[in-house]
Design a protein around this ligand. Structure first.
Ligand SMILES: Cc1cc2nc3c(=O)[nH]c(=O)nc-3n(C[C@H](O)[C@H](O)[C@H](O)COP(=O)(O)O)c2cc1C
Length: 327
């Protein structure tokens, strides 16, 4: 079969061009924002493209005839929600002229105030960075302020039809979404923090998820921990990162002033933690809880992140598993 060829600018048939554009395989997104009354607005769009990592930029093209165009043309923020292969219904709904597209989909506010679809494949919550007039569309460039992703299979689109991605999760992909294991090390009312090299402080981290009685520290050496006093303290995600965090609470086996600490490590007294130099809001909140629980006599609890703001549970003294197992 001869390929269809069109050269002459004046002779370009828009329908044929649309069909040619449609041979480019894309994902499917729902772009969302709020209109001047704060009402959520959204439409299906496959004109999404990633633009830049630093600064983090993306783009979508919004048709000027769309009913939600005025909202996208003026709002300070918007979200791009990539759909999973179970969401053809959501795609059809947001491609329709329905006046209440948000009634049947779960959505939430994450960072900018733009509606984020809770159950999608991946979302990007953006501030509007630039708008470029481009024929019958506007190129809307957004700066990503927060994002989240899941291992679901993506919904594809090609030649006007939805498409499936064969083998959507390459082997080893999930391991790049590892947990970061951090240690909240208490030594006589002080907490050990590590310099992040940019004027801030972070918790010391471990290469393994299994709790160890010895924690290797940057610059060489190890800290010896009391195994019985080392236990899970917090499990959470950090906005903008796809790694989860597992934090263990631990106690040092020896007095911290007897330790030769490598450069970049420092014990801060609990009443004088450098909150302003700790970038993660989640880590700051966890340290404040630790300080409160320490002051209340050491009745430590475990925190678990969840969509409704997290849960906390009290735990009794930890015991060796072997003592519990009946042979
Ligand atoms: C798979 C798919 C991709 C689409 N991509 C875009 C797009 O990138 N830009 C656009 O303006 N419209 C796109 N549309 C069309 C809009 O979703 C459609 O015009 C919608 O009715 C607009 O909603 P509104 O008029 O309520 O704003 C797409 C539709 C589908 C089904």
């Amino acid at each position: 079969m001869q390929p269809a060829v069109q050269h002459n600018r004046t002779a370009i048939d828009p329908l044929a061009l649309r069909r040619a554009f449609g041979t480019f395989v894309t994902g499917v997104t729902v772009i969302t924002t709020r209109d001047a009354d704060g009402k959520p607005r959204g439409m299906t769009a496959n004109s999404f493209a990633s633009v830049s990592l630093d600064p983090p930029l993306l783009l979508v093209c919004v048709g000027k005839n769309a009913a939600s165009y005025p909202a996208f043309a003026t709002a300070d923020s918007f979200a791009v929600n990539l759909l999973s292969d179970t969401q053809t219904g959501v795609s059809n709904l947001f491609a329709s002229k329905s006046t209440d597209k948000f009634a049947s989909v779960n959505h939430d506010v994450v960072h900018t105030g733009a509606p984020v679809l809770t159950d999608c494949l991946t979302w990007f919550d953006c501030t509007a960075q630039q708008r470029v007039e481009a024929g019958d569309h506007m190129i809307l460039i957004g700066e990503v302020q927060a994002f989240g992703t899941s291992p679901s299979a993506p919904l594809g689109f090609c030649r006007g039809r939805y498409a499936q991605v064969k083998d959507p999760l390459p082997p080893g992909w999930l391991s790049s979404h590892d947990m970061i294991v951090g240690y909240l090390i208490d030594a006589q009312g002080g907490v050990l923090l590590v310099s992040d090299g940019h004027g801030g402080w972070v918790l010391p981290s471990a290469p393994r998820r299994v709790v160890d009685a010895r924690l290797p520290v940057a610059g060489g050496g190890e800290l010896e921990l009391v195994p019985d006093d080392t236990f899970l303290y917090s499990v959470f995600d950090v906005a903008g990162h796809d790694s989860g965090y597992l934090i263990y609470r631990a106690r040092l086996a020896q007095p911290h002033d007897a330790l030769p600490l490598p450069e970049g490590l420092c014990f801060f007294p609990l009443e004088n933690l450098p909150y302003n130099e700790i970038a993660s809001v989640e880590v700051r909140a966890m340290l404040r809880r630790f300080v409160r629980e320490h002051a209340a006599g050491g009745a430590y609890s475990i925190y678990m992140d969840s969509h409704d703001g997290g849960r906390i549970a009290s735990v009794g003294a930890a015991q060796p598993w072997a003592a519990q197992v009946q042979s």
